[in-house]
Design a binder for this molecule. Structure first.
Ligand SMILES: [Zn+2]
Ligand SMILES: [Zn+2]
Length: 370
């Protein structure tokens, strides 16, 4: 069910044919009249203020105005238009229109609570540490609310004085011919208050740079680019706003033996041609030192063959106790030198294959001779 909405032209008190300037002027007049700073706690004024903002939002926009003219409120709903959720929403959209209003800023910088900055901490891990997870104390610096003055900037026992230049509004109006220009107060820099007796610890800033130590728990399976968000561990907020967050960004170092591809591990194991031909078992050291994997090499393994070992890769960040796979590439080594006995054995083997080796004949063929 939709609540009955007043006609936007009626709300702003303008005709359907009126121009943009008239709409803007009319809205400014209403915004000033129903401004929440002038009507604290007045629900009726609040509704009028919101209603006017919504009407202005639509009528100042040629596209929205056209839809509204043709299809009314329902037409706008069809486009996903939703009006405003609250004052902050209105001020952030139309802050500029309040700039020129007599004595009324959008809202003084003083009252605007802002979240503190988020921080980034880069952490380097070995592949082993990424495999097992890690708990580590990190040390970093951040701006914290000064404990001595509680962030006010004034020395204990004293209070900030209202700025006499702007009467606490944070903004001043200057006349330039016909125009009235509103600018940030140069004396208090928009704070509306002046600290006469600054806090000795933060020298009036309300914040101090402090060293912070936090125990961070890195889960098993993190990869380069993984981020841990520690809520509220960033810098202190402004004017009572919440603190920012701390992001721990992970970098995993390259490993001398394993190559990582997401949750899988890849390694290369050299085996002798005899092992490849006859089969064998080789032991592969895994990333957690206690674990070794006994890999069965099948008789007749070909050079470069890749064996997949399920569940012996990296732990998965997504699934509990799940792990990726291990891929073992088997490279076959051919001996550089052999004893006479070994050569004889291989020649005997060659004979069983009816293989006559050219370089074992009286006159060897030398294709490669220049
Ligand atoms: Zn202080
Ligand atoms: Zn001032």
């Amino acid at each position: 069910m939709t609540v009955h909405k007043r006609d936007y032209y009626e709300v702003l008190g303008v005709s359907r044919e009126c121009g943009d300037e008239e709409i803007k002027r009319s809205y400014r007049k209403l915004a000033l009249k129903y401004h929440p700073d002038r009507n604290p706690g007045d629900k009726e004024a609040e509704e009028r203020f919101k209603e006017a903002a919504e009407a202005y939002e639509v009528l100042r926009d040629p596209q929205k105005r056209q839809i509204y003219d043709r299809f009314g409120h329902e037409g706008l709903e069809g486009t996903g238009f939703r009006g405003f959720s609250g004052f902050d929403d209105i001020f952030s959209s139309f802050g500029d229109i309040f700039e020129g209003l007599f004595g009324f800023g959008g809202r003084g910088a003083r009252s605007r609570a802002r979240q503190g900055r988020s921080l980034r901490y880069d952490m380097e891990l070995t592949l082993e540490e990424a495999f097992t997870g890690k708990e580590e104390e990190i040390v970093f610096h951040r701006l914290e609310t000064c404990a001595t003055c509680g962030g006010s900037g004034s020395a204990p026992g004293s209070t900030p004085k209202t700025c006499t230049t702007c009467q606490g509004r944070g903004q001043v109006i200057q006349s330039q011919g016909f125009f009235q220009v509103t600018t940030t107060c140069p004396v208090c820099h928009g704070q509306g208050q002046i600290i006469s007796d600054p806090c000795p610890d933060c020298r009036g800033g309300g914040k101090i740079r402090a060293e912070k130590r936090i125990q961070v728990k890195i889960p098993a399976g993190v990869d380069t680019g993984s981020q841990l968000r520690l809520r509220g561990e960033g810098e202190a907020g402004e004017n009572g706003g919440p603190p920012g967050d701390l992001f721990v960004v992970i970098h995993v170092r390259e490993h001398h033996f394993f190559i990582r591809e997401d949750e899988n591990l890849i390694c290369e194991i050299p085996i002798s041609f005899v092992q490849a031909a006859l089969g064998d078992t080789v032991s592969i050291p895994l990333l957690n030192t206690e674990e070794e994997y006994e890999l069965d090499i099948q008789p007749g393994t070909q050079p470069g063959e890749v064996v997949r070992v399920p569940g012996k890769g990296m732990p998965s960040l997504r699934g509990y106790h799940k792990r990726g796979d291990l891929y073992v590439k088997l490279t076959v080594k051919i001996p550089h030198k052999m004893t006479e006995q070994q050569k004889d054995l291989l020649l005997a083997f060659a004979e069983t294959e009816k293989l006559s080796l050219s370089n074992r004949k009286k006159k060897p063929k030398r294709f490669w001779k220049k």
